[in-house]
Design a protein around this ligand. Structure first.
Ligand SMILES: NC(=O)c1ccc[n+]([C@@H]2O[C@H](COP(=O)([O-])OP(=O)(O)OC[C@H]3O[C@@H](n4cnc5c(N)ncnc54)[C@H](OP(=O)(O)O)[C@@H]3O)[C@@H](O)[C@H]2O)c1
Length: 259
């Protein structure tokens, strides 16, 4: 099998997983329009691969009132985009017992970036994708700790759990369309995400190349749920993920037949 999409709009492509996946797509003949806030990194990406294969658009996804104009402008400049890869995310640790670190504004911003900003992007791009005659896809980067949360990361795990629920519902809602909904669920990966941990942050987890190989393989195999690694014993974790999805799909079927 191959990855059937020709031009990926990769949101959160200036670092870590997004940048590695963007490089991999281009190496395998797929165009990438990279998005993130850091213009200098977007420029470097385009310089590395050339303007015929790579492009960059700076955008802060948290400004959701600007998302519709962003979508319109991007699709006007790059009408061939047929895959929206929603990868941007942030992570902070909280000690909920300590009022000094339980910062409500930070908590709210993290939830907004990791969840609502991505819903806003789906909302803005869906009408365009629905009009396309060729297959399209929306890829989400979730996390294994959306399923079994890490106690120190309540905003992160809560927002990713919400994103996981949205992904399941979106896939079900779009069942009769040509839009494929794919979720990638990573384990800890060595990226800038953990910079709040200090020096040890960038060496925490799986090397990004190893992760990229596994995620890319899952995409080539045509999977719509790519779970890499596990929280706790893999057998138990995978059983929870699979049984929950089965239960969700059975429930959705029941609800459809009731209407
Ligand atoms: N690394 C892990 O252990 C791990 C595990 C599970 C899941 N994930 C998920 O994988 C995804 C990528 O994370 P990563 O580990 O590669 O982290 P990373 O190296 O910190 O990269 C995060 C990316 O998100 C972008 N981003 C963040 N806030 C943004 C905003 N407001 N507007 C636009 N872009 C924004 C960043 O770009 P700018 O800063 O340039 O805006 C950057 O490109 C995230 O969704 C994360 O939750 C990571």
């Amino acid at each position: 099998m191959s990855f059937p999409y020709k031009h990926v709009l990769l949101i959160g492509a200036t670092a870590g997983i997004g940048r590695a996946m963007a490089d991999r797509f281009i190496e395998t003949g797929i165009k990438v329009t990279a998005v993130g806030r850091r213009q200098e990194r977007l420029d470097e990406f385009v310089r590395k691969h050339g303007e015929d294969k790579a492009s960059g658009v700076a955008f802060d996804i948290s400004g959701i009132s600007k998302t519709p104009a962003f979508a319109e402008s991007v699709m006007k400049s790059y009408p061939g985009i047929d895959c929206l890869f929603l990868n941007a995310g942030i992570q902070n640790a909280y000690d909920l017992s300590d009022p000094a670190t339980f910062d409500l504004e930070r908590f709210q911003n993290e939830t907004h970036v990791n969840y609502i900003s991505l819903v806003a992007l789906v909302h803005a791009f869906l009408p365009v994708f629905r009009e396309k005659d060729t297959p399209t896809s929306i890829i989400f980067t979730g996390t294994n700790i959306a399923i079994i949360p890490a106690a120190t990361l309540p905003a992160y795990c809560g927002s990713k759990a919400a994103l996981n629920v949205f992904t399941l519902c979106l896939r079900e809602n779009l069942g009769n369309t040509k839009i494929k909904i794919i979720e990638i669920s990573p384990p800890p990966v060595q990226t800038e995400l953990h910079d709040y941990m200090g020096e040890s942050g960038r060496s925490f987890g799986m090397p990004v190349d190893q992760f990229t190989d596994a995620a890319h393989r899952g995409l080539l195999e045509g999977k719509d749920q790519i779970v890499i690694g596990a929280v706790g014993p893999a057998e138990t974790f995978n059983e929870i993920v699979e049984k929950r999805r089965d239960a969700f799909e059975n429930f959705a079927k029941l609800m459809r037949s009731a209407h």
